[in-house]
Write a protein that binds this ligand. Structure first.
Ligand SMILES: [Mn+2]
Length: 423
């Protein structure tokens, strides 16, 4: 299914009087509003192919119908999001949940939809049908060299798929670890993992990046071999300049200061990218910004400050991806909400009075520093985000238009009540 541009134009015309009123107010309130709008226009968030179907939990899954059953349909769904918000111009594929057959045809379809291929993701946390060796006791850390070699070969194959699609990075997330004390030797697990990662890194094209994602716990509950940012940093530092740490917001222990982690990784030049989501308790995979929007703002504040300090390009120098899974919402509506939350947090961070904040910090004026940050967080930037969409051909209210056009109903009519592939 494709959206007819005239629906977007009609929607924008209907909304224009209200939007212009809000925009005038926002521009009065916010210094450099036009510069913020330009940055918002350039900012794109990659949509993971596995978020387009209902996720489910280990207790059950409640698919909503019309879910994509092929990679082509997944691209079309991301194309729908991008047509609506003009900020979802990339897709992140997962191998082997998505195995591209005709790479050129997929590239052509993506180009038609205005999409590019972001990081490709490998999977050695599940056993696949016909797989020779099991990952039950880990993949890259495994005590058996044959298991490690199989996992390395899989990652190299994922890189080859990514190359054929024009992707420039691979994200490696390992579930490797242990469930009980004594099960593994921590040092041996680290050394095996490092040696395996070195072989994957050696197969990386010159202009590629390797992102090493960490996670505190689950599915292993005693130890995880890449369990936190310090461990990921230790590996990527040894691997080389093309290896970076990837931060997934849901992969921390409760109350971790993620904004400080981001700041230090940026300072070290080793922050590679993000998986956005939100959580209350653990890796809850909830909609970005739905639980802790202030934390999201503080993270973006560090991102903007840290990237500017290093002269980095906000839009291109880090990988921005969503990683969430949905059991009760329409996945496309959820993704529209997630991207909106990211754009709002980014716009708020851009609006922080950085000179005043620096001065408050140098004077140890704690109250003033808090006021400056909270002023930015409490300022309504939604009209700037909407204006950026309008200027790039998107809809002023993507979610409202998605519902008005009954997109899901049309997808169900087109595809039926099918299950998505993957999760
Ligand atoms: Mn992730």
């Amino acid at each position: 299914m494709r959206l007819d541009k005239k629906h977007i134009d009609n929607h924008n015309t209907d909304q224009s009087a209200l939007h212009n009123k809000r925009l005038r107010f926002a521009k009065d309130e916010i210094a450099d509003a036009d510069q913020i709008i330009e940055k918002l226009k350039a900012f794109q968030v990659a949509i993971p192919s596995w978020a387009l179907g209902t996720g489910g939990t280990r207790f059950g899954r409640f698919p909503g119908g019309g879910e994509p059953g092929t990679i082509e349909q997944k691209l079309e769904d991301v194309g729908l999001l991008h047509a609506l918000n003009q900020s979802s111009g990339a897709v992140s594929l997962h191998i082997p949940w998505d195995i591209p057959q005709d790479h050129q045809a997929l590239k052509n379809l993506a180009a038609e939809l205005g999409l590019s291929f972001d990081a490709v993701n490998s999977n050695t946390f599940q056993d696949q049908k016909d797989q020779e060796y099991s990952y039950k006791f880990g993949s890259l850390q495994n005590v058996d060299k044959q298991v490690r070699d199989q996992a390395i070969a899989h990652n190299l194959e994922v890189i080859r798929h990514g190359e054929a699609l024009g992707s420039k990075s691979i994200t490696v997330w390992l579930s490797d670890g242990s469930c009980f004390p004594g099960q593994i030797n921590f040092r041996r697990a680290y050394e095996n993992t490092l040696e395996s990662l070195r072989e994957i890194y050696a197969g990386l094209p010159a202009d590629w990046k390797l992102f090493l994602e960490y996670k505190a716990f689950e599915p292993n509950f005693y130890s995880t071999t890449v369990g936190d940012w310090g461990q990921s940093y230790s590996y990527v530092n040894k691997l080389g300049e093309k290896a970076y740490t990837l931060v997934d917001l849901g992969h921390h222990l409760p109350n971790a200061n993620i904004e400080q982690i981001v700041s230090l990784l940026l300072m070290e030049g080793k922050l590679g990218g993000f998986h956005f989501n939100d959580s209350k308790y653990g890796d809850d995979d909830l909609t970005t910004g739905s639980i802790k929007p202030y934390q999201l703002f503080l993270i973006f504040n560090e991102l903007v400050e840290g990237m500017d300090a290093r002269g980095m390009n906000h839009a291109n120098d880090l990988g921005w991806m969503i990683d969430a899974s949905h059991n009760v919402k329409d996945p496309l509506e959820d993704l529209l909400q997630s991207v909106e939350a990211l754009m709002i947090a980014y716009a708020q961070a851009l609006s922080v009075d950085k000179q005043a904040l620096k001065q408050a910090q140098m004077e140890s004026d704690v109250v003033r520093a808090q006021e400056i940050l909270q002023h930015a967080f409490r300022t309504d930037v939604r009209a700037l985000v909407a204006e950026a969409r309008l200027q790039t051909g998107g809809a002023l209210q993507p979610l409202g238009l998605f519902r008005d056009l009954q997109v899901r109903k049309q997808l169900v009519a087109e595809r039926g009540f099918q299950q998505s592939t993957g999760l």
